[in-house]
Design a protein around this ligand. Structure first.
Ligand code: SF4
Length: 265
């Protein structure tokens, strides 16, 4: 059972204490001590990012009329590839088939052919067909629009019952299609959150979802996610982050250590 807390703290607590006291997967408790920074720091990071990249307006990534099922397929296509690639693959899929029921009935090879430009086409084609079949078997229709009437947590759990749909994908569906303040942690967000000291280096991307969710004010969730990803792609790359030209340096323990060691970036 997962216990959701909504407690806010006002002062930093050493991460060593967090490491000692963090709950294991078995109990699923979000420990108060996992929070290494206060909400004011989150707001400051968010403000710096918004001054760099602007406050992103909510847009549905695949198109204004897309619903949760469209976003689910788009998110599957986005795994381990660039934005340009998955958008091309999504457009290819939409151009080839009239609706998701047609995709469900299509040969996996035909789906694979339509999404080839997105990379990992064989795996993703199988995953898409499987999830469409699973949704149809459970609901008797090809729609996830009913998620709009569910509370965030219930909607997230519903999506995660399907094979291959984890916290990140479920959170993306809720945030990008329904505008819910549900924070997805992808590889960029995870890396930056560790470097900025929002979570300790021991916290997995999976575990980071609930920890960061509890730290970030709802009204900042979308902006924080979108701008962290942008910053991760442009400046705070996995290899050779450009700390010397990063506007977040004064708020970033990792970047400051790196600069002290002579890596200007
Ligand atoms: S200072 Fe360096 S490590 Fe920190 S956010 Fe900026 S680029 Fe990333």
């Amino acid at each position: 059972m997962r216990i959701w807390t909504n407690i806010r703290i006002a002062s930093p607590i050493p991460s060593i204490l967090s490491s000692l006291l963090r709950g294991g997967d078995g109990c699923g408790i979000i420990w108060l001590w996992d929070w290494a920074v206060d909400m004011e720091t989150i707001r400051r990071i968010c403000a710096v990012l918004e001054s760099e990249y602007g406050r992103p307006k909510f847009v549905r990534r695949g198109g204004a009329n897309d619903g949760p099922l469209d976003e689910l397929i788009l998110t599957i296509l986005s795994q381990n590839t660039s934005s340009a690639n998955y958008r091309r693959a999504y457009a290819g899929l939409k151009a080839r088939f009239g609706n998701w029921d047609e995709v469900r009935h299509a040969d996996a090879a035909e789906i694979e052919d339509a999404i080839r430009s997105g990379g990992l086409a064989h795996i993703k084609a199988g995953r898409i067909k499987q999830v469409l079949n699973d949704i149809h078997a459970l609901r008797g229709s090809m729609s996830l629009d009913f998620l709009a009437d569910m509370p965030d947590r219930e909607a997230r759990e519903f999506l995660m019952q399907f094979d291959g749909i984890g916290l990140k994908t479920a959170s993306c569906v809720l945030m990008f299609s329904l505008g819910r303040p549900v924070f997805p942690v992808d590889t960029h967000v995870h890396r930056l959150s560790q470097r900025l000291g929002l979570i300790t280096s021991a916290v997995s991307a999976e575990a980071a979802h609930d920890i960061l969710q509890a730290m970030i004010p709802d009204e900042l969730v979308y902006s924080f996610h979108v701008n962290l990803v942008t910053h991760g792609r442009r400046v705070c790359k996995a290899q050779n982050p450009r700390c010397g030209e990063c506007e977040l340096l004064s708020l970033c323990p990792y970047g400051q250590r790196r600069m002290a060691n002579g890596y200007a970036g």
